[in-house]
Design a protein around this ligand. Structure first.
Ligand SMILES: [Zn+2]
Ligand SMILES: [Zn+2]
Length: 266
C-alpha cells in the first residue's frame, strides 16, 4: 500500500501537511482556511472521512485555525496536542473543542497504521512546540520526521531525523534578506530567534546526513518566507548540504498557498 505525503501549504500564513494511504490519512497542523483545505484535499483525491486525526505542532494561528478545527470536529476528527498545550488549545476554540482534543506526553502513540513519536522543538509559543516522527509498516519500516518553526537546530534533534525516508524541515529565511528588510528591528530579531535560516537548515541537514547510514529519498523544505527568502536560495542551501556529503536526496519546495509535489513511498 503506497503512502503519500503532500504539504498543502506552509508559511507564516498557514501550515497543513497530509500523509495518506488507501485507507487512512493524518494531518500535521490545520492552519489554513476551510475553503482552501477542502479544495486542496479534493484535488489530491483524499476523502475527509479517511482523516483519523490532526497532529498539532504548536498553537500559533498559522498552525491551528480554530474555524477549521471546529469543522474537523464536526467530522469527528480529533486534534492531538501535547498535554502542556491542551487547555490553551481548548481555550483558543472558546471551549468548543472540549472533548475532541486528545493529548500526548512524549511517549509513542498509534493512530491506525501510523506510529507517532514526538520531540520538543525550541520555539516561542505558549504550550511549547513539537516535532513528529511518523512510522508505518509496508514491506519494511518507513518513516518521516517534521519540524517547522525552529529557533535553532540543536544537536539533540539530529537523531530524530536520521535514516528516514522523508524529512520535512523549516528553511525560513535568507539571513541577508532578513537583516536588509525594512521591517522593524525587533521583528527581525524575533524572526531570527524563532525560525531557521537557509544556512542553519543546510548545516542541520549536513549533520543529519553525515550521521545517517542512508540518505532520505526526499527532503521537503517548509515555512519558506515569501518576503525574506526565495525558493532558489532555500533550494540551493539544502542541495549544497546534500552535495557536500554526496547524498542524492530529492529536495522539494513547499508553497504558501499551493500544494507541494506529492511524495510517494512504496
Ligand atoms: Zn509557523
Ligand atoms: Zn510558530
Amino acid at each position: 500500500m503506497q503512502t503519500r505525503i503532500c504539504i498543502l501549504a506552509s508559511s507564516s500564513k498557514g501550515n497543513c501537511t497530509v500523509i495518506w494511504n488507501d485507507k487512512h490519512a493524518l494531518l500535521i497542523d490545520c492552519g489554513v482556511g476551510i475553503k482552501y483545505f477542502k479544495s486542496a484535499l479534493a484535488r489530491l483525491g483524499v476523502d475527509i472521512f479517511t482523516i483519523r486525526g490532526v497532529l498539532i505542532t504548536h498553537l500559533h494561528r498559522d498552525h491551528v485555525n480554530p474555524v477549521l478545527g471546529k469543522a474537523l470536529k464536526r467530522h469527528g476528527i480529533p486534534l492531538y496536542c501535547h498535554a502542556d498545550a491542551q487547555l490553551l488549545l481548548e481555550r483558543m476554540h472558546h471551549k468548543s473543542m472540549n472533548g475532541s482534543t486528545l493529548s500526548f506526553d512524549g511517549t509513542q502513540f498509534v493512530i491506525d497504521c501510523f506510529a507517532v513519536d514526538t520531540f520538543d522543538v525550541p520555539h516561542d509559543c505558549g504550550g511549547g512546540c513539537r516535532g513528529f516522527k511518523i512510522s508505518w509498516e509496508h514491506s519494511g519500516l518507513h518513516s518521516l520526521a517534521l519540524a517547522t518553526d525552529l529557533a535553532e537546530a540543536r544537536q539533540h534533534l539530529i537523531p530524530h531525523f536520521c535514516n528516514l525516508d522523508t524529512l520535512i524541515l523549516e528553511s525560513n529565511h535568507d539571513t541577508d534578506m532578513l537583516w536588509n528588510d525594512r521591517i522593524p528591528w525587533i521583528l527581525k530579531k524575533r524572526i531570527a530567534e524563532s525560525h531557521l535560516s537557509n544556512e542553519q537548515c543546510g548545516d542541520f541537514l549536513k549533520q543529519v546526513l553525515l550521521q545517517s547510514q542512508r540518505a532520505p529519498k526526499s527532503i521537503m523544505l517548509a515555512h519558506i518566507s515569501q518576503d525574506r527568502n526565495t525558493q532558489e536560495l532555500a533550494l540551493h542551501s539544502a542541495r549544497f548540504a546534500c552535495e557536500a556529503v554526496q547524498a542524492d536526496s530529492n529536495v522539494v519546495i513547499s508553497h504558501q498557498r499551493e500544494k507541494s509535489q506529492v511524495i510517494c513511498i512504496d
